[in-house]
Ligand binder design. Structure first.
Ligand code: ADA
Length: 560
């Protein structure tokens, strides 16, 4: 669900709702012909949803099948879109395979012709392996590997020539450059007028010529005078419409400039301090398929505690989260799920290509969101180990992001303290995840560590993108022992007092907003099979540390 309709002229069929569902632990479905219809005894389920929130399937990792019958206009050309299927999916329509997709957190679509009565069948698979990142070692992820059609599904009628994508780069001086990607569905060549409208005023136009069954990218440049800039806490957005013949795409943009050519991160020329928090798209009752109202509540809770930034751990979130951040002037640090890769995985061609695909899809979906402040290509890979192939991968991924989007910094998050990391010279920001006081040492060691980081990397913005401690909700201790709410509060207070005073930091991000479910392999490290470092419980009930974080972030905001 979005805050605005990107394609208002297209007649849509919403495919959310009740589908037939059938787990396939023996993975025999294709041989049994499930693509032509599921077994009669198939149960019902809701889409979007994650099967791990269904009784008896919490840790099911394998294939499962979905089926939906729906009516359409015979012969109508439609774009059939999935916003996210975890993690690998195959799709059939009326018995014909449409294709596959790898990756659970980015949209994919097919352009097809409908019949009157249509049968849509999806095979989803949440095992990790050759097609799925993050890595494939035993403790691969510190979240739950949910499976299922976790985000919205719908189809929308498209004309012969339609707009596939619109990306608009802006500057703080009001310049805007739109790249409009068109598709011609017919074998006959076509000509269509393409125009760019800003807040209802037509500012640029051109006639596009397309060969039969071809795509074409059109560039439209224009400028508006004295734009109301988008900034942290200043959510000035502009409604954009791009028309191409009878089709229209709408988006919202912000005019702003992010600069990072020195030790400070700046937005519209002013230094910023990101009062951040890490947030998973996770809920104990919904998995990744969090209803819109709860997503809104998350953003309200985050804003209410004085945050002005969110890091999307560790994958692109439901796009509604970005709509809400655009509208509230909250910065978003977005990354792909390339999580704790070994230096060997980092050096493998297959891994690089998989990360590249995820970057293409993340940036393709979210380019126009004013709130996105940085693109992250890795989280906690073994970047303390020098390797020519790993260096080549990091360099190529960083350059690929810059080619896709020259307007934002590219980075990765490292768990090896900045001074020991070998590849930060290849990216624009130094981002370190540091748990002094939880996994080792004490918060009192943090200033020296940050000083060394600053010495090694004097000319790049420095951010602490994770710091945190665990607390089992409701467990209290007069001695503030580990795992108690008092212990978490003490850790957070001591650490935030240090971080929020530093003039050489561009931000810090608490790990993490809410407790999240994790894979069973982590159970011995993660009591209750949850990552308990939330300052909220999984059901968003504040722990003691929430109030401390709120107090300290509010104090920081008032002194800005
Ligand atoms: C890492 C990782 C997080 C989480 C955290 C923790 O920094 O990036 O996903 O696992 O550690 O809780 O230890």
């Amino acid at each position: 669900m979005r805050l605005h309709d990107p394609t208002p002229k297209r007649e849509k069929t919403d495919l959310r709702g009740v589908w037939r569902f059938w787990p396939d632990p023996e993975d025999v479905g294709i041989g049994q012909g499930y693509q032509d219809g599921l077994p009669d005894e198939a149960a019902l389920t809701l889409v979007p949803s994650c099967w791990n929130t269904k009784a008896g399937l919490r840790d099911y990792r394998g294939a499962a099948w979905y089926e939906k019958k729906f009516y359409g206009k015979p012969g109508a050309g439609v774009l059939l879109r999935f916003d996210g299927v975890c993690y690998y999916s195959q799709v059939w329509l009326n018995g014909q395979e449409l294709g596959t997709h790898s990756g659970g957190f980015s949209p994919f679509w097919f352009v097809v012709e409908l019949q009157g009565e249509n049968r849509l069948v999806v095979r989803a698979d949440n095992r990790w392996g050759k097609w799925v990142l993050p890595g494939a070692h035993e403790f691969s992820v510190d979240w739950q590997m949910y499976g299922g059609i976790a985000r919205d599904v719908w189809c929308e009628q498209v004309p012969t020539v339609f707009i596939e994508d619109v990306r608009i780069a802006t500057t703080g001086s009001g310049k805007m450059k739109a790249v409009v990607r068109l598709m011609n569905r017919h074998e006959e060549p076509a000509r269509v007028p393409v125009a760019l409208h800003v807040s209802g005023e037509t500012l640029a136009g051109v006639e596009a010529r397309l060969d039969g069954n071809a795509r074409e990218a059109i560039e439209l440049e224009t400028r508006i005078g004295n734009p109301r800039l988008w900034g942290l806490g200043a959510p000035n957005l502009y409604d954009i419409s791009v028309t191409a013949g009878g089709d229209e795409r709408r988006t919202r943009i912000g005019f702003r400039e992010i600069s990072y050519d020195g030790p400070a991160l700046k937005v519209n020329g002013g230094e910023v301090f990101l009062r951040g928090i890490n947030r998973h798209d996770d809920h104990p009752d919904w998995g990744h398929a969090i209803p819109p109202g709860l997503l809104l509540k998350d953003i309200e809770l985050i804003q209410d505690m004085g945050c002005n930034a969110i890091r999307g751990a560790h994958y692109p979130p439901d796009e509604l989260v970005l709509d809400l951040c655009d509208e509230r002037g909250i910065a978003f640090f977005e990354e792909v799920p390339a999580y704790q890769l070994s230096v060997e995985q980092l050096g493998s061609e297959q891994t690089k290509l998989a990360i590249r695909q995820m970057l293409d899809e993340m940036i393709g979906r979210d380019f126009n969101h004013a709130c996105v402040m940085a693109w992250g290509v890795l989280n906690e890979a073994e970047t303390q180990i020098e390797s020519e192939r790993a260096r080549a991968t990091v360099g190529e991924l960083a350059d690929h992001v810059r080619a896709l989007d020259p307007t934002r910094p590219v980075t990765y998050c490292s768990a090896v303290r900045g001074e020991d990391d070998k590849y930060f010279d290849l990216v624009d920001l130094v981002c370190i995840n540091e748990y002094l006081g939880w996994y080792r040492g004490t918060p009192a060691e943090l200033p020296a560590l940050l000083n060394r980081c600053r010495e090694v990397w004097p000319d790049k913005p420095l951010l602490v993108t994770e710091f945190g401690a665990a607390a089992i909700e409701g467990f209290h201790s007069a001695d503030a022992v580990k795992w108690s709410e008092e212990g978490q509060e003490k850790f957070l207070r001591e650490t935030m007092e240090i971080l929020l005073k530093r003039k050489d930091l561009s931000g810090c991000f608490i790990w993490q907003m809410a407790d999240v479910e994790v894979v069973p392999e982590r159970a011995m490290q993660r009591p209750r099979t949850k990552n308990n470092k939330g300052i909220l419980s999984g059901h968003r009930c504040p722990k003691l540390s929430y109030w401390t974080a709120k107090r300290l972030y509010e104090r920081k905001r008032k002194h800005e």
